[in-house]
Design a protein around this ligand. Sequence first.
Ligand SMILES: *Cc1c(COP(=O)(O)O)cnc(C)c1O
Length: 396
Amino acid sequence: MSLANGRPYLATPGPSVMPDRVLNAMHRAAPNIYEGALMEMTASLWPDLKAVAGTQHNATIYIGNGHAAWEAANANVFRRGDTALVLATGRFGHGWAENARQLGVKVTVTDFGNAAPIDLARVETALRAEPNARAVLATHVDTASSARNDVAALRKLMDDLGHPGLLMVDCIASLGCDEFHMDAWGVDVVVAASQKGLMTPPGLGLVFFSDKARQAAKSSDLRTPYWDWEPRADANHFYMHFYGTAPTHHLFGLREALTMIHEEGLENVWRRHARLAGAVWAAGEVWGQGGAFALNIKSPACRGHAVTAMRLSNGDGTRLRRWCEHEGGVTLGVGLGMAEPGTPAADDFFRLAHMGHVNAHMTLGALAVMDAGMKALGIPHGAGALEAATRAISQG
Ligand SMILES: *Cc1c(COP(=O)(O)O)cnc(C)c1O
């Protein structure tokens, strides 16, 4: 007997749940890629994508995942031998740094560990040590640690120090989940992807860039024809947006997802994520009162609203994850970058996503299955977590 035989719920931090509306929008015959409806539909994506990122500048779509967006941004901005200052607050910061390093960029990483956001005092030291760094790379919400960084404060620090570098931010986890304002916060390059807050299958990498970044990129010597953002941003012919055949069905899916975000209102989307995250944190605080359970990021102000990283002990994280999937129909995310993969400690860590197409019954349901799993497996935990979560949902 398994209690998992209803509709499965993939609660991993990417790919996220795809709305039926998005799936249905993709379920159609192949469109003409040379003229007609596809062109008009695609033209309507650019202003709506820019609105979600909070920019009036440039947007490009690459056929690729988040790693592709990382590489696109790096290849356009850097010259061989340039310095990149990377601020790492979890696994994904290191991943972007590694991509730059392999392209021939001199990378200086300031590592804030696995459980804390950026510390501006240390950033100041790093900026002073590299006054000519071409760019600062930061992650808005690191999906591994679930730390959220104050991007506006980072920009202000760069401005106060007169640092000329571009500010590049990985919003792959956070776009469409956490409040973000690219232009108002002085961000030059934003990378994102389709499969998280944008509720569309994996396959589209997004890069937004300011006119300042566009100007600076003219001297890049790392870009190759496919990654060059210039013809994509100002395509004279439709195929140039994608340097070849358009990702037709992904575009129809993304169109529907953006319409859904528009119908709800972007600020309401952010508020919904904040409220659901609050329910997860409320449950987590109570679970932690009676056992090894702990939320990875201590300060609520520094937690992302799209995903929550958590831990147990003695390998109970993996046991709980398996129970939730096989007995509860909810798939939690594995821990990433918290312990050496394959070591016993790696089995302590796991994550619950609450990004994109999620509502109260999904998040409360996932929490209830986790609570049941801890009881079934005899994992000690504080009592009353679900009561705390429902109070957080009802009161905000
Ligand atoms: C998911 C994610 C990535 C990687 O995206 P892929 O599509 O797996 O390449 C990078 N950065 C962050 C913050 C992410 O959440």
